[in-house]
Design a protein around this ligand. Structure first.
Ligand code: ADP
Ligand code: ADP
Length: 227
């Protein structure tokens, strides 16, 4: 269960105002797609929620609790990047197990095995578990990247164009998989894309950013019918 809220968030990088007094409430279990031109502040919005960066002004909250000042590890949030962030010399199994091997988690080996197999099945990558990451296709690598977020079972997923480097067929397949994973887990998702089909097919809510301002926020139908 996680509601995410930005309250009057402003973020500057030097003279650039990346986010300008942005307020947004992301309801528990929502799939929010952030749209907008390059430089609009989409990635910065994710960084505010992930804790990779802190706002200059305003508040970021989860379930009403202030996140400002907390590190990424102190937040129940995982980020999936566009770039494959895999360990090339490790197998798919070890790449998926890696986030669970943190000494802080003390996850039992049986539990790790069970989780890795479940996630691999969901992402249809079970047959590649013993392959090195370098031996995978682009689409398979991206599945493993998404899988590394899934194994941690966070309340909030942040995804920055996770499908943009894939061909049309794989994008379509993974759209369906992501949507069903989100529906099944009840997780809250913030998802950055340039792809309007992704927005229309996956979003419960669409936020449109432009020059650091949130110019629209609502159901996909409202956004697209508004000229
Ligand atoms: P988007 O994801 O919508 O393309 P970003 O959130 O990445 O936009 O960036 C918003 C603005 O902030 C852009 O003008 C970008 O150049 C600037 N910006 C983002 N991160 C940094 C940074 N670390 N240093 C300087 N400028 C940055
Ligand atoms: P995307 O195209 O996925 O939105 P960006 O090119 O906006 O990605 O940003 C990629 C990374 O570079 C981010 O970590 C962002 O904070 C950083 N960044 C973006 N613009 C600048 C900039 N002008 N100066 C320094 N870092 C930047």
């Amino acid at each position: 269960m996680a509601e995410v809220e930005l309250r009057n968030v402003t973020k500057r990088y030097g003279d650039t105002v990346a986010l300008d007094n942005v307020s947004m409430t992301v309801p528990d279990g929502a799939f929010v797609v952030l749209l907008g031109p390059t430089g609009a502040g989409k990635t910065t919005t994710l960084r505010m929620v992930s804790g990779l960066d802190q706002p200059d002004d305003g508040e970021v909250l989860m379930n009403g609790q202030l996140l400002n000042g907390l590190t990424p590890a102190q937040r129940n949030v995982t980020m999936v990047f566009q770039q494959y962030s895999l360990y090339p010399h490790l197998t798919v199994y070890e790449n998926l197990a890696f986030p669970l091997r943190s000494p802080l988690l003390k996850t039992h080996e049986d539990q790790i095995k069970q989780t890795v197999h479940r996630v691999a099945e969901t992402l249809q990558i079970s047959h590649k578990l013993e392959n090195k990451a370098t031996a995978l296709s682009g689409g398979e690598m991206q599945r493993v990247s998404i899988g590394r977020a899934l194994v941690r079972n966070p309340e909030v997923y942040l995804m920055d164009e996770p499908l943009s480097s894939l061909d049309a067929k794989l994008r379509a397949d993974l759209r369906v998989e992501l949507k069903s994973i989100q529906a099944d887990s009840g997780a809250t998702l913030l998802y950055v894309t340039h792809d309007q089909i992704e927005a229309m097919t996956m979003a419960t809510h669409v936020g449109v950013l432009d020059q650091g301002k949130l110019v629209q926020f609502g159901a996909p139908r409202e956004i697209y019918e508004d000229p």
